[in-house]
Design a protein around this ligand. Sequence first.
Ligand SMILES: NC(=O)c1ccc[n+]([C@@H]2O[C@H](COP(=O)([O-])OP(=O)(O)OC[C@H]3O[C@@H](n4cnc5c(N)ncnc54)[C@H](OP(=O)(O)O)[C@@H]3O)[C@@H](O)[C@H]2O)c1
Length: 343
Amino acid sequence: MRLLLIGFGAVGQGLATILRDQAAYLLERSGFEAHIVGVVTRTRGLLYQPDGLSIDALLEAIGKGHLDLYPTERGLIRQMDPLDLIRTAAADALVEVSYSNLQTAQPALDYCRAALESGKHVVMANKGPAALAYAELQALGQQVGKFVGIEATVMAGTPTLRLALEALAGCRILAARGILNGTTNYILTQMESGMAYGEALEEAQALGYAEADPTADVEGWDAAGKAVILAAAVFQQHLSLETMPVKGISHLTRVDLEEAQAAGECWKLIATVTPDGGQVEPVRLPLSHPLARVSGATNAVTFSTDLLGDVTLVGPGAGPIATGFGLLADLFTAQRAGQLKKS
Ligand SMILES: NC(=O)c1ccc[n+]([C@@H]2O[C@H](COP(=O)([O-])OP(=O)(O)OC[C@H]3O[C@@H](n4cnc5c(N)ncnc54)[C@H](OP(=O)(O)O)[C@@H]3O)[C@@H](O)[C@H]2O)c1
């Protein structure tokens, strides 16, 4: 599979590292072989090599700060309009791992459309196109016979959407309730062990969980974006971030947490999605609830179903390798879809 990566930050490099380090295992175990033929960044250069780029050299160049430091070789292109590259590249799949814009999804959305229209699969960790245009991209993918994968957008590589759409196919999913943001769960866990909100937030920032501007995490918008994606994928329902009730954790104090603890409960930031809508809000859960036991930066989701009752999935919700794995899982599916079409 020839891959074109839009974005080469933590997640793009995580996927590249997996493809380099697991190449022999992936080929032997799953018959999967992938080559990165193109990489586009916003400020750190662009590379396109139809014969395939060296992952070692790519990681070394970006590690030193710019793709211009990739060694010059025959056939290597360093400058091109990204949309032209996406349309014309000899690639099988676009991997969208650039910045998540939850207001417009652009420019990633146009990149995904162009990739599908030019006969490429699309897999993404970028939440923008998944939250704002999943139905459109799915329909376009079906029309052109290409796969659109969004597994990495919710709970990184933890197979949330695969569980809902494949393993639970045949059940009716009545609701999904989850801890979909690791930063806020980490802060709440630290507050339970005595830290003040500000101190816990600073620690989350120092550990790289929270951004320098933590608003999207602590005010619930990151979790809300994922709730919108779950609603689209699981319930074929379009929720709008503008109208969905969203409340974060920044107003919670240690006293709130102590009161909950005294009552045998704990506060969690819970995203809920049902066929009728969705919301994000801090909720007091009894300690016996499966989501109450999820601590630190870990994520979890409980699917309530008609035939199985509640099924809870717990796992990493972020990280370059965990998210890279989510993309890899979608690339496997895309490859299998291609093989089925050929046979
Ligand atoms: N990190 C995680 O654990 C995680 C988990 C799930 C989902 N995600 C999502 O995955 C995506 C990538 O995350 P990340 O952590 O790798 O972010 P990151 O380290 O900030 O890297 C983002 C990359 O995208 C590039 N970029 C930004 N705007 C672009 C544009 N208009 N055109 C082309 N490239 C552009 C950046 O270019 P420069 O190199 O020039 O800055 C950078 O290479 C985000 O959408 C994020 O929300 C991340």
